[in-house]
Design a binder for this molecule. Structure first.
Ligand code: GLU
Length: 427
């Protein structure tokens, strides 16, 4: 495991360690900002890390113990904010990286949160609904002193959804002896969820892509889009972008890929997947090798699944003009160098997928006010924030002669460092 002193050069062996990847970008941005050593130490190190071991009685009567984490990277700008993921390969290093990305993401879009992330090592595909409910509730109970509307506000992430967020809210509320909706976001509408939250990450991806197309002078109707991942982020981005006139020429999933040069009918593809369990065999397109889908020539590539899909091993094969990172950490630092040489316009994850946490912020505000907004208001405010943040990053990159990713990090680090300076170091 990597240590918390991350000045380890990125090599072919360690390029997929997300904590080192986050640290490499951090170090470059910090160096360019000329942050002093003390500030670097504070910003680089997660504020709190909690490991919990959760005993759960499975449906067959056996007792299993699952390990979970919650990391609060920074609380300087407000309560920690960030999702909880359930996956068999979750590691503490991954959760640390994801928590730090949340700090920078919230700072890039300038919402008053720090960054946090949670994860439970389990395979949701092998667990029943009842078992998932038990894991979610016991995990919540174990981290209960860590979270709260003013402390740390979880949300959905990979393999977690609004039903689970309702269990988090209910468990927390039972312990507090009153209903506390603002402890978690991404909840169902009936329990204090926000209009527009399920679509928000995909919608944010579309908004920044539209902005990037303007910069490059490409008309949206002429833009061919390839999306990797067809879940909450990729599926929603595909649906909204197809409705806005983009040509979604390929969808790449873990079990296959489907291609249509004239544009896929996304609603029909979603229906097909619901009926058959897979995107393959769809009559409105051709099946193709899933390993090849990401390398089709296109205007926009949206990796919208997990980390490390674009690495030093395949970056030279990417043939897009714009890379819009719907997932967290899809590109390794070594791949960044290759993409820069190829002149790809990268919309970095901490900007591209920030639509989700932005509407989570709206949800938290609405819960605290007890007054709910209509969808037009939610989407309009999201548009304002995404447009402003995109313009700020691109302008920063131009002014400081750095790429978009480093510009986004520099902007974020500067904001968080400023908050720390103003607060001072409490002793
Ligand atoms: N899991 C999402 C992310 O990585 C959303 C986090 C949130 O809404 O707090 O940005």
């Amino acid at each position: 495991m990597a240590t918390l002193t991350p000045q380890v050069p990125i090599s072919l062996e360690n390029e997929k360690n997300p904590w080192l990847a986050a640290a490499a970008r951090f170090d470059e941005a910090a160096m360019r900002l000329k942050l002093d050593d003390g500030m670097c130490k504070v910003l680089r190190t997660p504020n709190k890390e909690l490991t919990v071991n959760i005993p759960v009685q499975l449906d067959d009567g056996r007792i299993e113990v699952f390990t979970g984490y919650r990391v609060q990277h920074s609380l300087a700008r407000g309560p920690a904010k960030g999702g909880i993921r359930f996956a068999p390969d979750v590691t503490l290093d991954e959760v640390r990286a994801l928590a730090s990305w949340m700090t920078w993401k919230c700072a890039v879009v300038n919402i008053p949160f720090g960054g946090g992330k949670g994860g439970v090592i389990c395979d949701p595909n092998l667990l029943s609904d009842i078992e998932l409910e038990k894991i979610t509730r016991r995990y919540t109970a174990e981290i209960i002193d860590f979270i709260g509307p003013e402390r740390d506000v979880p949300a959905p992430d990979v393999n977690t959804n609004e039903k689970m967020m309702a269990w988090v809210m209910d468990t927390y509320s039972m312990h507090m002896r009153h209903t506390v909706t603002a402890v978690v976001t991404g909840k169902p509408m009936a329990l204090g969820g926000s209009r527009g939250r399920p679509e928000a990450t995909g919608r944010g991806c579309m908004m920044v892509t539209q902005r990037a197309l303007q910069v490059l002078g490409i008309a949206p109707e002429a833009a061919r889009v390839v999306i990797q991942g067809f879940g909450n982020v990729g599926g929603m981005a595909a649906r909204l972008m197809a409705a806005a006139g983009f040509k979604i020429v390929a969808i790449v999933e873990y079990d296959g890929a489907v291609y249509n040069p004239h544009g896929l009918d996304i609603l029909a593809l979603q229906k097909h997947r619901k009926e058959t369990g897979s995107i393959t065999g769809f009559s409105g397109g051709e099946d193709m090798d899933k390993a090849e889908g990401m390398f089709l020539p296109c205007d926009v590539l949206i990796p919208a699944a997990t980390e490390n899909v674009i690495t030093s091993q395949n970056a030279d094969r990417v043939r897009c003009k714009i890379l819009c990172e719907g997932a967290n950490g899809p590109t390794t630092p070594l791949a960044d160098l290759v993409l820069a040489e190829k002149n790809v316009f990268v919309i970095p994850d901490i900007l591209a997928n920030a639509g989700g946490v932005t509407v989570s912020y709206f949800e938290w505000v609405q819960d605290r006010q007890g007054y709910f907004w209509n969808e037009k208001l939610v989407n309009g405010r999201l548009q304002e924030i995404m447009d402003e943040s995109f313009d700020a990053v691109v302008e920063y990159a131009r002014a400081h002669k750095v790429n978009n990713r480093i510009a986004a990090y520099m902007l974020a680090l500067d904001r968080v460092a400023n908050a720390i300076r103003l607060r001072g170091i409490y002793a």
